[in-house]
Design a protein around this ligand. Structure first.
Ligand code: ADP
Ligand code: MG
Length: 485
């Protein structure tokens, strides 16, 4: 989509300023402070421990694995890991929150400042600051669509660990925000700390938007937009919200700091609560939990398990395989794609491998909304197809047909070539006789060609290829034609 980062108003140009708060559900078998399962899609209220239900006298016990996951994420974001952090109670009343408070981290989060490098569609990169990452519990879910008169509560999600990742207000438009979310999701998936699935709600996002006259440095008053559940929705919400603010400011009004709700049906934001109604959460350290003190060894052990992340992998792909910045970016976006690529490229022409993988295979998969995990063609099979081209068994043109057949049947390239008799003709005599036939059938064109109409050469090549059903070796056809004409 083409989205404008600068808004041309009636009185001048305006710049958008955006900061994102992302809630990422931690991949963990059990919840942040209880042993209950986190499995998605279970029967309502079947994964609720006495701690999650806030039965009197129950005490939270920190899940060590969730702490490891948060530290791992912090390291992946090149962020400062705070050796000491504190869990606070954030107090509010809601039916899906049995405790009457959410355990979160307020003034002392587990992870401090870090950075994310955005890969922009034009191949350029930009650095965006991460303010903090903290651990907190998720709330339950209210079900309003089960009964006309009553609402139900499902506590399965209550107490599941979330990482809230807060960005600096460094983003300048919808494209930036999209690039930020794509990159954050990619890093989380590489690390295995969050599945990044926005549709299932395991990655949720609040969008803070303000505008200011282009060229000024002071921040404008922001609105926080909630309920934005896809990258596309984030882009649309930013566009709508920034335009709304510009209109108010140009009419001489002022922006009120408030929380707004994105309405995907209307494509608009609407006020949810203003600053005056803002909650006073009365944060205080949870007396049931000690401060979290991390040993240096604990952090270093986790650091040693970090995989190669997208940024260094991208550099390596550019340097070792000679790929363009764009191609390398596409391949490293998902770890499974990068692995697939490396298996195809091993011992083969790396650029050709990238072309076939990106343009043909990913292109075809994309049409059905699939990614490489669902590929009916394995890395070895795609490699096998490239090998048949490399040793001149088939031409690039035939290879496309073979590829289409592979997609459909999942068969090996070699089998298809064998079954359909697609082997390239490299026998000089055989090609010569086809050439002779074509020249004999087109005596008039031969005349014109010899009279100086050079452009006809392509016509002859086409005729020979057609007569050989695409199987003649194109280089040999060229040579023989040149000789005979
Ligand atoms: P709060 O605690 O009220 O949510 P924070 O200071 O934590 O406020 O900021 C929340 C988010 O708002 C951050 O992502 C930050 O980058 C962003 N933000 C802060 N000021 C602005 C602004 N003027 N315009 C846009 N975003 C902003
Ligand atoms: Mg906040």
């Amino acid at each position: 989509m083409t989205t404008q980062a600068v808004i041309e108003g009636r009185t001048g140009s305006w710049e958008m300023v955006i900061g994102l708060e992302v809630h990422a559900q931690v991949i963990s078998e059990s919840k942040l402070f209880s042993g209950a399962s986190t499995r998605f899609g279970a029967e309502p209220n079947t994964q609720v421990s006495l701690v999650d239900a806030a039965m009197p006298g129950m005490l939270p016990v920190i899940n060590r694995y969730c702490v490891e996951q948060a530290v791992k994420t912090g390291l992946g974001l090149n962020a400062k890991i705070n050796r000491r952090s504190v869990f606070d109670r954030k107090n509010y009343f809601y039916a899906d929150l049995p405790q009457g408070y959410q355990i979160s981290q307020y003034s002392q989060p587990i992870v401090g400042e870090g950075t994310i490098i955005l890969d922009m569609p034009d191949g350029s990169t930009r650095e965006v600051g991460i303010t903090r990452l903290h651990l907190e519990q998720d709330a339950g879910k209210s079900l309003h669509d089960q009964d006309p008169k009553r609402s139900f509560i499902d506590l399965n999600r209550t107490g599941v660990a979330l990482m809230e990742v807060v960005s600096e207000p460094d983003l300048r438009g919808p494209e930036d925000a999209a690039a930020y979310l794509r990159k954050l999701r990619s890093i989380l998936r590489y690390l295995g700390t969050c599945d990044g699935n926005m549709e299932e709600g395991s990655m949720r996002c609040d969008v803070n938007v303000s505008v200011r006259p282009l060229g000024t440095t002071e921040f404008g008053t922001r609105a926080e937009v909630k309920n934005v559940n896809s990258i596309r929705a984030v882009q649309l919400a930013i566009e709508f919200e920034a335009a709304r603010q510009v209109e108010i400011l140009e009419d001489g009004g002022s922006i009120v700091q408030e929380t707004r709700l994105w309405d995907p049906g209307k494509g608009a934001t609407r006020s949810m609560r203003g600053k005056e109604e803002a909650h006073d959460y009365r944060y205080f350290p949870d007396p049931d939990l000690l401060p979290l003190d991390l040993e240096v060894d604990f952090i270093e052990t986790i650091r040693a398990t970090l995989p190669e992340l997208p940024d260094p992998k991208k550099l390596r792909f550019i340097e070792n395989y000679g790929l363009s910045v764009y191609d390398a970016g596409v391949l490293v976006a998902e770890a499974s794609r990068a692995d697939f690529y490396e298996r195809v490229a091993e011992g083969r022409d790396p650029k050709q491998a990238a072309n076939w993988l990106i343009t043909e295979l990913l292109g075809a998969l994309n049409k059905g909304g699939h990614d490489i995990q669902d590929s009916p063609i394995s890395a070895d099979q795609l490699g096998g197809l490239l090998d048949l081209m490399a040793d001149d068994t088939i031409s690039g043109r035939i290879a496309k047909d073979v590829f289409a057949e592979m997609l459909e049947t999942g068969k090996d390239a070699g089998t298809i070539v064998e079954e359909k008799g697609l082997k390239q003709v490299t026998d000089t005599g055989a090609i010569e006789s086809v050439v002779d036939e074509v020249l004999a059938n087109n005596a008039d064109k031969v005349e014109q060609y010899r009279g100086g109409k050079d452009k006809l050469f392509g016509f002859f090549v086409g005729q020979v290829m057609k007569a050989s059903q695409g199987k003649a070796n194109p280089a040999m056809v060229n040579d023989i034609l040149k000789k005979k004409l």
